[in-house]
Ligand binder design. Structure first.
Ligand SMILES: Cc1cc2nc3c(=O)[nH]c(=O)nc-3n(C[C@H](O)[C@H](O)[C@H](O)COP(=O)(O)OP(=O)(O)OC[C@H]3O[C@@H](n4cnc5c(N)ncnc54)[C@H](O)[C@@H]3O)c2cc1C
Length: 264
């Protein structure tokens, strides 16, 4: 269990950042579902709950999700259910259980960059961007490539387009960490193939996706699935071997492409 000497509830993001950076181990508190599993000694925990970051705004061109939105709110959001074939609500629906999802936040899920994250895999396929207090706005893919730095994630922004998408995940049992997760999306002729829980953090299989731009035949699906498994790297952990993950990648990517291809 983590220990905390003090909790601050700042009224502005600027103040939150000032407290966060005042001491090395000062830490942002999301839902604390992950933090409480560790043994950190935190001088000051920075609670963001006074910053009004619990919105899901369905705007004309984007859907904006505040950092303190819970996974359960994502699961229940009508706007998110209706966008991108509802892959984001679908992706979070197997994370532990309802009580847990009522606590865990999107900010904690994205900023922590967990390799097993279902949230990041789905958001990458939806071409999401993140807004950080210091780092500014950038694509989620760029954020994942940057070295870790202290900052505050303010919101996740999903562009609203005609994108269709599908989500697949493999678990040893419901509510366990995923062995592998896959999200595929298409906007006109542009495809995205994302594979997470490799067990490293989700990544786009850029070259594999290009194999679909000329049309989706059974051969093209098979080729893209094989190419994604060859393009990305996989590792072992207690849940599965690298080899098993690589084989399952072909299956899940193939299924997800076929699902997207079948979308009207
Ligand atoms: C037992 C267990 C099983 C899980 N299984 C899955 C799973 O199968 N799939 C899945 O996708 N996820 C899973 N998760 C992760 C979970 O969904 C959340 O992502 C995780 O709990 C972090 O969210 P939180 O709000 O609790 O963050 P916290 O625990 O509060 O914080 C996590 C980290 O993020 C930082 N942080 C939080 N919010 C912000 C912010 N706005 N800006 C900057 N930094 C911030 C914190 O300082 C901390 O370093 C699991 C977690 C646990 C504990």
């Amino acid at each position: 269990m983590f220990r905390m000497l003090a909790v601050a509830q700042p009224d502005t993001v600027a103040e939150a950042y000032k407290i966060l950076t005042a001491k090395r181990f000062n830490t942002v508190l999301g839902g604390c579902a992950w933090l409480r599993m560790g043994s950190l000694a935190i001088p000051t925990g920075v609670d963001l709950s006074k910053l009004n970051l619990t919105y899901i705004n369905d705007c004309a061109d984007t859907i904006e999700i505040g950092a303190m939105v819970t996974l359960r709110a994502i699961e229940k959001s009508r706007a998110l259910a209706e966008y991108g074939n509802g892959i984001l609500p679908q992706a979070v629906s197997n994370i532990i259980g309802v009580q847990f999802r009522n606590v865990a936040t999107v900010g904690g899920s994205v900023f922590a960059r967990f390799g097993f994250s279902d949230v990041i895999t789905a958001l990458l396929a939806l071409d999401a961007e993140v807004e950080l207090y210091k780092g500014g706005r950038m694509s989620l893919a760029d954020f994942l490539d940057k070295p870790r730095a202290k900052d505050l994630l303010i919101k996740v922004v999903i562009p609203k387009t005609e994108r269709t998408a599908a989500y697949q995940a493999l678990r040893n049992s419901a509510s366990d960490f995923p062995i592998l997760n896959v999200a595929v999306s298409r906007l006109d002729a542009e495809w995205k193939i994302v594979v997470g829980a490799r067990p490293a953090v989700a990544k786009l299989a850029v070259d594999a996706a290009k194999l679909l731009t000329d049309g989706v035949t059974p051969e093209a699906i098979e080729n893209a699935a094989q190419a994604a498994a060859a393009e990305l790297s996989f590792g072992d952990n207690m849940r599965a071997s690298a080899k098993y993950r690589q084989e399952m990648c072909k299956v899940l990517v193939g299924r997800a492409i076929a699902e997207v291809a079948a979308c009207k």
